[in-house]
Design a protein around this ligand. Structure first.
Ligand code: ADP
Ligand code: MG
Length: 388
């Protein structure tokens, strides 16, 4: 179209009336088509010129943004918008020539809507000629996400509650039986032999302790954590923890290999919780290697993430249970609490990270924790692979 247009313009002096008319008709039809497409878009688009006056906007933009009445070509874009927050936001960003990506603004015109705004420069032949504002109404999307999150939380809580109920059943049954035994021992007797009663008493105390532990663990799993993130060196946190575990690792015949990248940037972490998460993972690794083995701990930078990998040469996790290991109370151990990895999951989530697992039965397991690198720390990108 562009080439056709410039060729036609070059030749316009030589065209007859008929030819000019058909050229203009074709141009008008094209224009109409583009306008139709522009107006049928669900997202709002506003195009401004270099002087911040509105050149073009589509129907969706008009529907989403409250405009004042008047001639748009005369006024600056922020003078055309009646909502003060949006007008102020556009003014600040346009005057300072800042790029904006998916900035969310809440608009309350009786109906509360969340608008996601993106501002890009309009570049024509290498120079900036204005700006393109893209506005998406994300109200329904956000509401759906919140519903999903609530459903997820509810599902997690249901699993947890079911776990607690199951755990509490056994000690309660045992307490019931022993109380009956005490009653029978005492029934119709004037003189009581304290020996069997003492035995029942010991069992009752033990079961009450067990119940107490279940409740304490439960509270530990559901209570919100008071994570306080501070810029810190993950390598140092790892070394500190390994010092603490040295004796236990030596006793278990476990050789430790540390591959900590020297050039990784610091990340935001809560030292106490990060150590707790790492401790839970390493403890699991130790129990997976009852006859000794090798524990490899690695840190490395992967694009804008920092990865911490913990590998063991233990039993591995069977495929059919790998999906369950983060569930509260899931354990394959006789005296396991099944809460270790639940807590790891919670801690990593509080650090805005995520976990991946690779495991092969009989060969071993790798837990990879990925954490975001804060903006100011990214200057170190590029130094990869060297280890201390
Ligand atoms: N490194 C590992 N190797 C093999 N199995 C593991 C490993 N880490 C976790 N698991 C499995 O995940 C289960 C849940 O772990 P966790 O939540 O820490 O609870 P617990 O250690 O009390 O059993 C363990 O019982 C075990 O079956
Ligand atoms: Mg554990």
């Amino acid at each position: 179209m562009k080439r056709f247009l410039s060729r036609a313009i070059e030749k316009i002096a030589g065209l007859d009336k008929e030819q000019i008319l058909s050229f203009l008709t074709a141009l008008a039809a094209d224009n109409e088509l583009l306008k139709m497409v522009f107006d049928s878009m669900l997202d709002g688009v506003i195009v401004t010129g270099s002087q911040h006056k509105i050149l073009l906007y589509n129907k969706s933009a008009k529907r989403m943004i409250p405009f004042v009445k008047g001639d748009a070509s005369e006024k600056l874009i922020w003078e055309m918008i009646s909502d003060r927050e949006i007008a102020g936001f556009f003014k600040e960003k346009l005057v300072n020539q800042e790029k904006v990506k998916d900035h969310e603004i809440t608009l309350d015109n009786g109906l509360v809507r969340t608008l996601s705004c993106t501002l890009m420069p309009l570049v024509l032949e290498g120079t900036i000629r204005g700006n393109v504002l893209h506005i998406e109404d994300v109200t329904d999307k956000r509401a759906k996400e919140a519903r999903l999150r609530r459903a997820e939380n509810l599902a997690a809580l249901t699993t947890l509650a079911a776990g607690v109920a199951h755990e509490i059943k056994n000690p309660l049954a045992s307490i019931g039986i022993h109380l009956q035994l005490i009653k029978r021992e005492m029934e119709g007797k004037k003189k009581i032999d304290t020996k069997p009663i003492q035995k029942c008493h010991d069992i009752l105390t033990e079961e009450v302790d067990r119940l107490n532990r279940i409740v304490v663990d439960f509270l530990f799993a559901v209570r919100p954590m008071d994570t306080r993130l501070r810029i810190n060196d993950l390598n140092r946190v790892i070394r500190d923890l390994l010092d603490f575990l040295k004796f236990e690792l030596d006793q278990g015949g476990i050789e430790v290999e540390l591959n900590l990248s020297r050039y990784i940037p610091e990340i935001e972490l809560d030292e106490k919780y990060m150590k707790q998460a790492l401790l839970n993972i390493v403890k699991n690794a130790i129990s997976a290697m009852p006859r000794g083995g090798k524990l490899i701990i690695e840190t490395l930078q992967q694009d804008d993430e920092l990865q911490l990998k913990v590998t063991d040469t233990g039993t591995g996790i069977p495929d059919d249970i790998i999906g369950k290991i983060f569930e509260p109370y899931f354990t394959t151990k006789d005296f396991g609490s099944g809460l270790g990895l639940t807590l790891v999951y919670k801690i990593v989530k509080d650090h805005n990270g995520y976990i991946a697992i690779k495991s092969k039965e009989g060969e071993g397991t790798t837990f990879t924790l990925s954490f975001p690198i804060p903006r100011g720390e990214k200057r170190l990108i590029g130094f990869k692979g060297e280890t201390i």
